[in-house]
Design a binder for this molecule. Structure first.
Ligand SMILES: NC(=O)c1ccc[n+]([C@@H]2O[C@H](COP(=O)([O-])OP(=O)(O)OC[C@H]3O[C@@H](n4cnc5c(N)ncnc54)[C@H](O)[C@@H]3O)[C@@H](O)[C@H]2O)c1
Length: 241
């Protein structure tokens, strides 16, 4: 199986969870140091180390090459988790056409091209599961990131259309829509104690959503447990949206 952006945050938790199931795991990430450290740590812990491929997902040729390499090393990809993204903040007044394209490239475009690249071998192998990553941010009308929220809203359309396109090949396409999830990046850049307290107040559940909460949904959607589920989006947000 293949995970994009598996080097840190939610993606790293997904890598760990699939490795713990003894799946043959590969992940793509631009962050070489964190990703190599994760790969080595899992290998040193006695499990089969995942394959790490350093690539920039904005480069579609590099993404296609990475998919071919994974198929060569691990066989057809039966599960793809399109997790990578970058929630940079931006003032809508200052967004240029170039910046707009850059935000969509890092948050949306690679999800389609990864899916397009894995689908033929997945279909030939009998089918599989594709999991795209959305976000509740656009549902909550989050300000200061219109490129990101637009991309994440589009993931819903991508998911539903491609579920229809790929269904006849026994390929399921669903989306996970995380809520406010405690990752290294969120804590380093945006979260304060006050933000965290606010999330807990506004959520139905008085708890913090952690990366493993999301990873367990990815496991479910990749497994045959969800064999009859496609074209759906699943919020894992403790009831925030
Ligand atoms: N954390 C949250 O609160 C939250 C909320 C809603 C949605 N999400 C979504 O969940 C997913 C994971 O988010 P996260 O919080 O773990 O993010 P993160 O920033 O912690 O991790 C993202 C990973 O993607 C990698 N990446 C970024 N740009 C890349 C590129 N161009 N090429 C290759 N790799 C690249 C990063 O290096 C990093 O390892 C994303 O799709 C995000 O939009 C997260």
């Amino acid at each position: 199986m293949l995970i994009t952006g598996g080097g840190s945050g939610i993606g790293a938790s997904i890598v760990r969870h699939f490795c713990a199931q003894r799946a043959r795991v590969a992940f793509i990430d631009i962050a070489a140091a964190a990703s190599s450290a994760l790969r080595d740590e899992i290998g040193a812990g006695g499990g089969t180390a995942p394959v790490f491929i350093e690539a920039d997902l904005r480069d579609i040729a590099a993404l296609r090459q990475a998919v071919s390499r994974v198929e060569g090393e691990l066989g057809p990809i039966r599960a793809l988790v399109n997790n990578a993204a970058r929630d940079d903040r931006h003032d809508w007044r200052e967004v240029t056409p170039e910046y707009w394209n850059a935000v969509l490239d890092v948050n949306l475009r690679h999800q389609f091209f990864a899916l397009q690249a894995v689908a033929p071998a997945m279909a030939a192998a009998g089918g599989g599961s594709i999991v795209n990553f959305g976000s509740i941010s656009w549902m909550r009308k989050a300000p200061g990131m219109v490129g990101y929220t637009t991309a994440k809203a589009a993931v819903e359309g991508l998911t539903r259309t491609m579920a229809r396109e790929l269904g006849p090949m026994n390929i399921r396409v669903n989306a996970i829509v995380p809520g406010a999830t405690r990752t290294e990046r969120q804590v380093a850049l945006w979260w304060t104690d006050e933000t965290m307290a606010r999330f807990r107040r506004e959520q139905c559940l008085d708890r913090i959503v952690e990366p493993p909460d999301i990873a367990r949904m990815a496991l479910f959607l990749a497994a045959d447990d969800s064999a009859a589920i496609t074209a759906q989006s699943f919020r894992v947000d403790a009831g925030l949206a």
